[in-house]
Design a protein. Structure first.
Length: 109
């Protein structure tokens, strides 16, 4: 399946989002993100506050937050790293009002 989004995060990790994940998971659950691919890409490339977080229960999942002037919400993008830690795929993206307290700051370390 072709990639809908491809970019590189500040750590040099290549992140992709397939067309299938974008349409069948993200837009199916969060239709308000229709047309927001550029915001997802920007959130991964330049996360808000320059921080990247790790899920406390699933260490292979990293979270990026974006905050944009045109929207009074955070855009949270969740990616799953492969075993090598050099590539990742987007598994979810959605609006949220704040960061999660149980997430662990991993970048910058």
């Amino acid at each position: 399946m072709p990639n809908h989004i491809e970019c590189v995060d500040p750590r040099g990790i290549r992140v992709v989002c397939t067309e299938k994940i974008w349409t069948q998971k993200i837009l199916a659950s969060h239709g308000d993100l229709t047309g927001c691919e550029h915001l997802v890409r920007l959130t991964i490339e330049k996360p808000r506050f320059n921080f990247i977080f790790q899920d406390a229960k699933q260490p292979s999942r990293n979270m990026y937050y974006g905050l944009f002037a045109e929207s009074p919400f955070y855009l949270k993008v969740v990616v799953e790293l492969d075993q090598s830690g050099t590539r990742a795929r987007v598994v979810s993206a959605y609006r949220t009002s704040n960061t999660k307290r149980t997430e662990v700051l991993i970048w910058p370390s």
